[in-house]
Design a protein around this ligand. Structure first.
Ligand code: AR6
Length: 170
């Protein structure tokens, strides 16, 4: 049974075997964590993204990790928040599920996630954290460590409180 770790930090510095990128459907790169990952990884990763061509919301594709410590990057476009009635929760759940499945298929044992969709795409952090952590719990037996890397103190607190609540329930 693996561990779930919630930490504050910059995901580009994580030494997990695979890190997940909150991408867009064109895999074109952009701001936020996507921009940071491409800057740190180097141009080779963008070359590979261009070859892949794109990825649907909620699906996941994998590339090399260039100059990062990680071995691979999984790119998954999260949903844009439109108020919660447009299937956002299912799509975000798919981002986590498909990323876990892809990492599992490639026998990776440590994986690190940013808070997908909660930046530019506007998904409320608590709701997003509930989905992230609930999916993680389902996959602990396939991984040694699942890390949620929060970029702000506020997100870190929210993830911790969601985790505590979940522990009380189980
Ligand atoms: N390490 C960890 N988390 C980070 C980092 C980092 N280095 N930098 C930002 N975050 P966002 P989205 C956090 O906007 O909402 C891009 O332009 C950030 O504080 O990066 O899924 C893509 O190309 C927030 O908590 O992703 C897409 O077009 C979280 O990462 C679009 O933005 C996600 O914020 C995707 O939007």
């Amino acid at each position: 049974m693996g561990r779930i770790i919630i930490k504050k930090g910059d995901i580009t510095r994580e030494d997990a075997e695979v890190i997940v990128n909150a991408a867009n459907t064109g895999l074109r790169g952009g701001g936020g964590v996507d921009g940071a990952i491409h800057r740190a990884a180097g141009p080779m990763v963008m070359e590979e993204c261009k070859k892949i061509g794109g990825c649907k919301t909620g699906e996941a594709v994998m590339t090399a990790a260039g100059n990062l410590k990680a071995n691979k990057i999984i790119h998954t476009p999260g949903p844009v928040w439109h108020g919660g009635e447009s299937g956002e929760a299912d799509l975000l759940r798919n981002c986590y599920k498909n990323s876990f499945e892809l990492a599992k298929k490639n026998s990776f044992k440590t994986i690190a996630f940013p808070a997908i969709s909660t930046g530019v795409y506007g998904y409320p952090v608590r709701e997003a954290a509930e989905i992230a952590v609930t999916e993680g719990v389902k996959y602990t037996r396939f991984f040694n460590e699942i890390r949620y890397v929060c970029f702000s103190d506020g997100d870190f607190e929210v993830y911790n409180s969601v985790m505590e609540k979940l522990k009380k329930k189980t």
